[in-house]
Design a protein around this ligand. Structure first.
Ligand SMILES: C[S@@+](CC[C@H](N)C(=O)[O-])C[C@H]1O[C@@H](n2cnc3c(N)ncnc32)[C@H](O)[C@@H]1O
Length: 267
């Protein structure tokens, strides 16, 4: 891809998603965009860029963002957060809290919100009448996968066998099995498309906990600042924000106090 064309893709991606594509991303963008162009039978990168911009439905823009975003995730990634959450939920339950709201921002293919669901169901000893997890992402591709909730056996490896049996239905066996999230999980998680770079967000809050992990690394300070101010607005006083261990709040002023690495509380 020509440098000039890359710059135009970079600008468009930043404007539409807040994702900053550094110069080290030229090869990645070229290969992902080229794959999409082959599917559309378009041979020139500039022609594809025009096609994206001129598509009034924004459908192709969604495809472009889908192909550019990095969706790496896994069950029980950065597990200390789930232990922390289990204790919190138990504490709030003992204190007779009646309503629980968790937002999983940038939920990718669903592993993270389903882990949140398993953690809370275990912490509460079963279903709760007013417990909801909102899971959002910019990518329609990962949201579709998350809603289906079907995972290859290799993906389920971090999930203890007893939990796998309790919360997933297996079809096939051994390494070829597919595991589908049971209704007990799906019932409490709702998936929606939400672009974290476009504020204000439509939710009202107040939220008890926000998981916003491993997405801020793709944003510059301006986008991160807007996002954090919205998270703070939505959190209840005393609510918690979990970020990825490679994300950082350094240089951004917020009324959040550090509780432990990558865990913050609204004061
Ligand atoms: C590396 S994954 C992280 C998934 C999960 N939170 C975790 O920690 O395992 C990053 C996710 O952020 C999403 N994403 C990137 N830019 C976004 C934006 N502007 N708004 C919402 N989601 C975005 C991507 O589609 C991707 O699914």
């Amino acid at each position: 891809m020509k440098k000039q064309t890359f710059e135009k893709f970079k600008q468009l991606v930043y404007q539409k998603s807040g994702i900053t594509l550094g110069p080290q991303k030229v090869a990645l963008v070229t290969s992902r965009v080229s794959k999409r162009m082959r599917a559309l039978n378009i041979t020139d990168h500039d022609a594809y860029l025009r096609f994206v911009i001129e598509d009034k439905t924004s459908g192709e823009l969604v495809h472009l963002l889908d192909s550019i975003s990095t969706n790496v995730t896994s069950f029980y990634r950065e597990p200390a957060h789930y232990d922390f959450l289990a204790h919190l939920i138990q504490k709030w339950d003992v204190a007779k809290q009646a309503k629980f709201r968790i937002w999983c921002a940038a939920s990718s293919s669903g592993e993270e919100p389903y882990c949140l669901a398993m953690t809370t169901l275990e912490a509460l000893g079963g279903p709760h009448q007013d417990f909801r997890i909102l899971a959002t992402d910019i990518s329609t591709k990962v949201l579709d996968a998350a809603q289906k909730g079907e995972y290859a056996a290799s993906k389920l490896e971090p999930v203890p066998a007893a939990m796998r049996q309790k919360y997933f239905t297996a079809s096939g066996s051994g390494a070829n099995a597919t595991y589908t999230a049971k209704e007990a999980l799906k019932r409490i998680v709702s998936f929606n498309r939400l672009n974290l770079s476009v504020t204000p967000f439509p939710m009202k809050g107040p939220l008890d906990v926000v998981f916003c992990r491993n997405v801020m690394i793709y944003f510059d300070n301006a986008v991160r600042t807007r996002l954090l101010h919205e998270i703070v607005r939505l959190l209840k006083p005393g609510g918690y924000l979990m970020i990825g261990h490679s994300d950082s709040l350094v240089g951004i002023k917020t009324p959040l106090k550090t509780i432990q690495p990558a865990v913050f509380q609204k004061i």
